[in-house]
Write a protein that binds this ligand. Structure first.
Ligand code: FNR
Length: 395
């Protein structure tokens, strides 16, 4: 099949994966209003077309936390990626390294930090705080020793939100024979995936948590495990505890409100990700692009602001950069690439985004991605949210 857009990668992933895994990637919380808003609000934004601006030289290069990169893009942490393709996180990290962009490894990855670091440049590491602090300290020391350059601390999952697709598909249904048969039937209908992942992709455990938590050595009962082990009592004071174990940059992921951005900086964050977890947590919350300008304005350049949610193309990236982000992150886009085509699929997704970003820059007259600003934007469409370039906030 010809793959010309991220949507083509999505279609290929849907055919290749068992339904319960595709739905796990695709789905959001509750009625999926926020999931939809991420995409719809981005699409409504309109660029200004600018012409005759000598776009023969275009630079997409930038840097974050002293790390140079080919374009302002980071692969968001996506859990269970080793179930989408064989040793999926290692494959994705290699593709990211080849494209010269950072790969952020989820806490709940199949491959461990060590396995990914042996395959490619050590990843950024995403932390979910679990209750066992001694193990957390050990894990952070291990991430440091492996060379992870940045810690991304996800703060928008104090409790897991209900994802109805996962209950219907059987993925997070109560254990039992019915569920087993349902998942087995679904898996058996996808023999290429069974051969690649189920048979040749072992071990299927949570590589980072299995050494410290017995339950994490198997995939079953993921939702219940998360509920029992994730720390629900977190507050801004806990950033100081993380700082005591981690000296490199700490990026707080899951900021949707300017007041929280301020509190995160006060607590010592070195960067922020404006994120609603891809619409997988608070349903009815705002799209990320609609709150990005006000958060970027409040942060006013004190720390880098990254954003994710709904980014499916180079023009989407440029919109986010124009509205105040120093870099974008993508979750589903790379997961689709991985599920459909392994590391080669991720590489192709990254190449598509790079080309599309360059084209969008040329057609808006932007020759240096670091200079993208609200002057690239003509309108925000829709009636809600920011209402024009004057309100687009600073970089
Ligand atoms: C995620 N996300 C996520 N975030 C995180 O901090 N740790 C994690 O383990 C995961 N796991 C995860 C699994 C899957 C299947 C998805 C789709 C997402 C959220 C992710 O990092 C990111 O915030 C969103 O995916 C961004 O939205 P888009 O790009 O998917 O629209």
């Amino acid at each position: 099949m010809t793959l010309t857009t991220i949507h083509d990668h999505r279609d290929r992933a849907r055919r290749r994966l068992p339904r319960y895994l595709f739905d796990y990637i695709e789905g959001g919380a509750h009625e999926e209003q926020t999931l939809e808003a991420n995409v719809v609000d981005l699409r409504r934004i309109r660029f200004r077309q600018r012409v005759m601006r000598d776009v023969s030289q275009i630079s997409t290069r930038t840097e974050l936390f002293g790390v140079p990169m080919s374009m302002p893009l980071v692969l968001s942490p996506v859990g269970l990626a080793g179930m989408y393709a064989r040793r999926g996180e290692a494959q994705a990290a290699r593709a990211a390294q080849a494209a010269d962009v950072p790969f952020c490894l989820s806490s709940v990855s199949v491959c461990s930090i060590g396995e990914v670091s042996r395959a490619a440049t050590p990843p950024w590491f995403q932390l979910y705080m679990i209750k066992d602090r001694a193990y957390m300290r050990e894990l952070l020391q291990h991430a440091d020793a492996q060379g992870c350059a940045v810690l991304v601390f996800t703060v928008d999952l104090p409790v897991p939100a209900p994802r109805h697709r996962d209950v219907r598909s059987g993925f997070s249904a109560a254990p039992g024979l019915r569920r087993f048969l349902k998942l087995a039937r679904d898996s058996a209908a996808h023999p290429a995936w069974m051969w690649d992942v189920l048979l040749r992709g072992k071990p299927h455990s949570f590589g980072n948590f299995a050494p410290g938590i017995a339950e994490a050595s198997a995939m079953k009962n993921f939702g219940a495990w998360v509920g029992r082990n994730y720390e629900q009592g977190l507050s801004w004071d806990d950033i100081a505890w993380i700082r005591s174990c981690w000296k490199r940059p700490i990026v707080i992921k899951g900021i949707l409100d300017p007041d929280d951005a301020e509190l995160a900086i006060d607590a010592g964050a070195d960067g922020l990700v404006v994120s609603n977890h891809g619409g997988r947590q608070l349903d009815g919350g705002p799209s990320t692009i609609s709150v990005l300008p006000s958060i970027a304005a409040r942060v006013a350049g004190r720390v880098p602001v990254l954003v994710d949610g709904g980014i499916r193309s180079g023009p989407d990236m440029l919109k986010a950069l124009a509205l105040g982000a120093q870099a974008c992150m993508i979750g589903r886009a790379w997961a689709y690439g991985l599920a459909g085509g392994g590391g080669g699929g991720v590489a192709h997704v990254l190449e598509l985004l790079r080309k599309e970003l360059r084209t969008a820059m040329a057609l808006t007259g932007c020759t240096d991605v670091r200079a993208a600003g609200p002057d690239l934007i003509a309108s925000f469409g829709g009636e809600t949210g920011p209402s024009g370039p004057d309100h687009a906030g600073g970089r």
